[in-house]
Design a protein around this ligand. Structure first.
Ligand code: AP5
Ligand code: MG
Ligand code: ZN
Length: 215
C-alpha cells in the first residue's frame, strides 16, 4: 500500500502512521522526523533546516524532495510506504509523482485528516514525544502510564521546540497557504479520502482502516 497522510500540524498524521506501519508492515516516512534527526546530529542539512523549522516555515523543496527520493529507493519500501508530512507544496507533489513514475509505482490513497484549528493548538501544546523510540503522547488525550516516561520503552518524554503557541500558529498558517491546495490536487487525481480527524485516536484508527480496506 502506497499512502500519503495529509493534514495540518497536530492532525494526527504521526499517531496514525505508527499504527498503520504495524498493521501493514510498511515504513512510515516522516520528513519532519528525518529533519529533526539531522538537526540533532548537526549535519550540514540539519543546520540549514533548523532555521526554517524553528520559525515554523517550510524547509526548501529541493532539500525534502531529495530526502524522499532517496528514502523511497530503500529496500523496505518495496511493498509500500506511508508518507507523513510530505508532500507539503504543489512542487513537492509534482516531484513525488515524477519519482514514482521513474520507479514504475503509483499512489493508492491520500488520506486527508480534517481537524479544527483550536483543537490543533490544544493537541500540539500538550504533545510529548519519547526521545528514544519517537512514540507520541498527549498530556490529556493520550497520557503515558507513568508520568513523563514512555510506555513502550521507558524513555523520557520531551516537548518539541516548534510546539510553542506562537510557532504553532505560524505552522497552521503555512499549512493553509502552501499545503491545503494539495487536497484538491489529490481529489482531482481521484485518490483522496477525506476523514474527520476530530474523533478520539482509536475511532480515527478504526475509520481509517475500514476506509482503506474498502479499497
Ligand atoms: P512535521 O514533523 O511533519 O510536523 P507537522 O506537519 O507540523 O505535524 P505534526 O508532527 O506537528 O503533527 P501530526 O499530524 O504528526 O500530529 P501527531 O500525530 O503528533 O514537520 C515539522 C517541520 O519540519 C515543519 O514545520 C517544516 O519546517 C519541516 N518539514 C517537514 N516536512 C517538510 C516538507 N515536506 N517540506 C518542507 N518542510 C518540511 O499528534 C499531535 C498530538 O495530538 C499528539 O500529542 C497526539 O497524541 C494527539 N492526538 C493525535 N490524534 C488525536 C486525536 N484523534 N484526538 C486527540 N488527540 C490526538
Ligand atoms: Mg508528526
Ligand atoms: Zn519510547
Amino acid at each position: 500500500m502506497k499512502l500519503i497522510l495529509l493534514g495540518p500540524p497536530g492532525a494526527g498524521k504521526g499517531t496514525q502512521a505508527k499504527m498503520l506501519t504495524e498493521r501493514f508492515s510498511i515504513p512510515q516516512i516522516s520528513t519532519g522526523d528525518i529533519l529533526r534527526a539531522a538537526v540533532k546530529d548537526k549535519t550540514p542539512m540539519g543546520l540549514k533546516a533548523k532555521q526554517y523549522m524553528d520559525a515554523g516555515g517550510l524547509v526548501p523543496d529541493e532539500v525534502v524532495v531529495g530526502i524522499v527520493r532517496d528514502r523511497l529507493q530503500e529496500a523496505d519500501c518495496i511493498n509500500g510506504f506511508i508518507l507523513d508530512g510530505f508532500p507539503r507544496t504543489v512542487a513537492q507533489a509534482d516531484a513525488l509523482q515524477t519519482s514514482l513514475e521513474e520507479m514504475d509505482k503509483a499512489l493508492d490513497r491520500v488520506i486527508s485528516l480534517d481537524v479544527d484549528a483550536e483543537a490543533l493548538v490544544e493537541r500540539l501544546t500538550g504533545r510529548r514525544t519519547c526521545k528514544d523510540c519517537g512514540r507520541g503522547y498527549h498530556v490529556q488525550f493520550d497520557p503515558p502510564r507513568v508520568d513523563a516516561l514512555c510506555d513502550a520503552c521507558g524513555g523520557s518524554l520531551f516537548q518539541r521546540d516548534d510546539d510553542q503557541e506562537e510557532t504553532i500558529r505560524k505552522r497552521l498558517q503555512v499549512y493553509a497557504d502552501q499545503t491545503s491546495p494539495l487536497i484538491s490536487y489529490y481529489r482531482d487525481a481521484d485518490v483522496l479520502i477525506e476523514l474527520d480527524g476530530m474523533q478520539p485516536i482509536p475511532q480515527v484508527q478504526e475509520k481509517m482502516l475500514s476506509l482503506l480496506q474498502a479499497g
